[in-house]
Design a binder for this molecule. Structure first.
Ligand SMILES: Cc1cc2nc3c(=O)[nH]c(=O)nc-3n(C[C@H](O)[C@H](O)[C@H](O)COP(=O)(O)OP(=O)(O)OC[C@H]3O[C@@H](n4cnc5c(N)ncnc54)[C@H](O)[C@@H]3O)c2cc1C
Length: 372
């Protein structure tokens, strides 16, 4: 039986869903707000875990391509204290492939392949009809009806209200991101500090992480506890004003660490919002959610992995029982929410320890994760 299936959002979760469903021979309409794949910067690098994102790529038949693009050496991690003393310097062994890194743009292109995405299709809301079908209302006024609409449209999902009234809440931790280009030639000292992977520095209720992407590009993230409007008096679009307010927040940290902020370009504010750890909803026929739309959690290296595995498993569930679409979706929702709940608790506790009054807690967390 052929169903009319749409996925809203062409992020890691939506694209993996579409790829795996296609692999099983089922068509799906991918409705994406962006006007083109490269209409905005794709973001930093993602580490894909063996039992999560890598498993999803296996289900999509993309393991060989991923191995060719990914950077196992990017798993390297150095931890400094705020005086610049090296506390940990972990490097992966030659066969260590538990969490290799891949640039978000490369992952997107890999998943896109020959998928037929409908770009520039911003969804405003979805409305399950009393009879059959779910109506997708687009921002430009158009409408289209499907048998199943999958909300893979991220933190501020427009599909979510069809199943749940819950909205993301601010964690009290905010993040600002900047980046450096051509680090090996333009900033060789910083390139050495960062190494092949990441360097992280933990202070009291603050952290700074610099992470190497491919092509000599580096993303620098600072996190700190602050009210949502901490920047009310600072125009973050003014690069020098943003820089000096951040340097003031990290005053007293070692000069080479502060150089990472000193050389950064534009500063992007990303306050950390989450959905409740136990977010679930009563099953609604014809609509479901996956990825951040279903279980937004602190950005501790799990969100894209979970979104991809959600997408792969929902597609497999549908392909395994195409005559019972509703049952296949319900079974997926149970499995997803159990897994997401576990990860939400892990990442919420992790954020508390990484941006903590006691910086030793962050180092202890690293030791625990590295051991397991
Ligand atoms: C700084 C940072 C670093 C991170 N690092 C990692 C990491 O290393 N590993 C990891 O696993 N996770 C990481 N994450 C988390 C990860 O980015 C997210 O969990 C992941 O992107 C979620 O995927 P998704 O497909 O659910 O949603 P998204 O990636 O948010 O994709 C949603 C898509 O939906 C589209 N969309 C939105 N609204 C609409 C609409 N109304 N109509 C149509 N389309 C719409 C968007 O344009 C987008 O393409 C990080 C997050 C941050 C902020």
């Amino acid at each position: 039986m052929r169903h009319r299936i749409a996925v809203v959002g062409g992020g890691p979760g939506g694209l993996t869903f579409a790829r795996v469903l296609h692999r099983h021979g089922y068509p799906v309409a991918v409705l994406e707000r962006d006007s083109a794949p490269d209409s905005r910067p794709p973001g930093g690098t993602l580490d894909l875990h063996e039992g999560l994102g890598q498993l999803a790529l296996e289900k999509a038949g993309l393991v060989a391509e991923f191995q060719a693009l990914s950077r196992p050496e990017g798993q390297a991690m150095r931890i400094l204290d705020t005086a610049g003393t090296v506390l940990r310097d972990w490097r992966p062994g030659p066969d260590e492939r538990a969490n290799p890194e891949i640039d978000r743009g490369q992952l997107r292109d890999l998943l896109l392949g020959s998928l037929d995405v409908r770009w520039g299709r911003e969804v405003a809301r979805v409305v399950p009809e009393a009879g059959d079908g779910v109506v997708v209302h687009f921002a430009d006024g158009r409408q289209e009806t499907f048998d199943l609409v999958v909300g893979a449209d991220g933190a501020w999902s427009r599909v979510r209200p069809a199943v749940s009234p819950v909205t993301p809440q601010y964690t009290g931790v905010t993040s600002v991101e900047t980046s450096l280009d051509d680090v090996d030639t333009r900033h060789p000292d910083l390139a050495r500090l960062i190494g092949d992977g990441s360097v992280a520095v933990y202070g009291v209720n603050r952290s700074l992480v610099a992470q190497r992407n491919s092509g000599g590009h580096v993303k620098v993230y600072v996190k700190f506890r602050a009210p949502l409007d901490w920047h009310a008096d600072v125009d973050l679009a003014d690069v020098e004003a943003a820089r000096s307010s951040l340097l003031a927040l990290f005053d007293g940290w070692a000069a080479p660490v502060l150089d990472l902020l000193g050389h950064g370009g534009a500063f992007v504010h990303r306050p950390i919002f989450v959905l409740p750890e136990s977010h679930t909803w009563a099953h609604v026929r014809g609509v479901t959610l996956l990825g951040d739309a279903a279980h937004l959690m602190p950005p501790l290296g799990a969100g894209a992995n979970l979104a991809m595995l959600d997408g792969a498993e929902l597609a497999e569930s549908i392909a395994a029982d195409p005559d019972d679409l509703d049952g296949a979706v319900g079974a997926f929702e149970e499995r997803m929410s159990a897994r997401a709940g576990r990860w939400a608790r892990i990442t919420t506790a992790g954020l508390e320890r990484l941006v903590s009054p006691d910086p030793a807690d962050a180092v202890a967390l690293f030791d625990e994760v590295q051991r397991s």
